[in-house]
Design a protein around this ligand. Structure first.
Ligand code: PGA
Length: 250
């Protein structure tokens, strides 16, 4: 049985006071829930301080991105060596990284390998844009993203996948549960093709895109889902806590 994973992607939001407050509210609200893995992904700059704050809790830290080299002349980048002291998870290939910062599958593949080598669990994001969906290209796009970003990994790689349709991110237009289920089932099939059925069955697959405390249950009841990647609603401690509570009792 895969433990449900609820991940909050704060993106480039919060000031330091809000970051500390949000984290301590979450500890108060959901620290007692052990049946769900709870991960917050704040901006890099707050990670060391939040690591101190969560040290006696059962929340985990994730990074929203990282570079693939351990150290060197890479101005402005953060390495897996630096992050592994603080983070158990890293989000890779988020559609905002792909579209705004031109990240491609080849780069995401390098980052994925670097994360695994440093014992950081990568949460690799895949998903189609609206014109790909409307042209019937969703499966094709996702298959290519998975084949290329998961190239040459170990058979039993410890990874998570997030299905995030681009048209559902930050728009309030979440994918229907049917679309989410159909695509996540397909993702598991491709994982089987890439790895084997054992790895496919134990890899957490998350849905992300306009998940709120109001619709989380619809997703968390789906057959092939193992959790959610949450943007906007993760900035509200009440909403994020509610989603974790729903995940714990569903
Ligand atoms: P959203 O973002 O929940 O605000 O749609 C999800 C994400 O980008 O991971």
């Amino acid at each position: 049985m895969i433990k449900t994973l609820i991940v909050g992607n704060w993106k480039m939001n919060t000031d330091s006071f809000e970051a500390y407050k949000l984290t301590s509210n979450l500890i108060d609200n959901i620290n007692h829930i052990n049946s769900v893995i709870k991960v917050i992904c704040p901006p890099y700059i707050y990670i060391p301080k939040l690591h101190e704050i969560i040290s006696s809790s059962n929340l985990y830290l994730g990074s929203q991105n990282m570079f693939y080299k351990d150290a060197g002349a890479y101005t402005g980048e953060i390495s897996p060596q630096m992050l592994k002291e603080y983070c158990e998870y890293v989000i890779l290939g988020h559609s905002e990284r792909r579209t705004l910062f031109e990240e491609n599958d080849e780069l995401i593949n390098k980052k994925t390998k670097a994360a695994i080598e440093n014992n950081i669990i990568p949460i690799i994001c895949v998903g189609e844009n609206i014109s790909e969906r409307e042209s019937g290209l969703t499966k094709n796009k996702i298959r290519n993203q998975l084949l290329n970003s998961l190239k040459n990994l170990e058979e039993n790689a410890n990874i998570s996948i997030a299905y995030e349709p681009i048209w559902a991110i930050g728009t309030g237009v979440a994918a229907t549960p049917e679309i989410a289920q159909e695509t996540m089932k397909y993702i598991r099939l491709i994982l089987q093709e890439i790895f084997n059925s054992d790895t496919a069955n134990k890899t957490p697959i998350l849905y992300g895109g306009s998940v709120t405390d109001q619709n989380a249950l619809e997703y968390l009841n789906l057959t092939d889902i193992n959790g959610c990647l949450i943007g906007g609603a993760s900035l509200d401690s009440k909403k994020f806590s509610k989603i974790v509570e729903i995940a714990a009792i569903k």
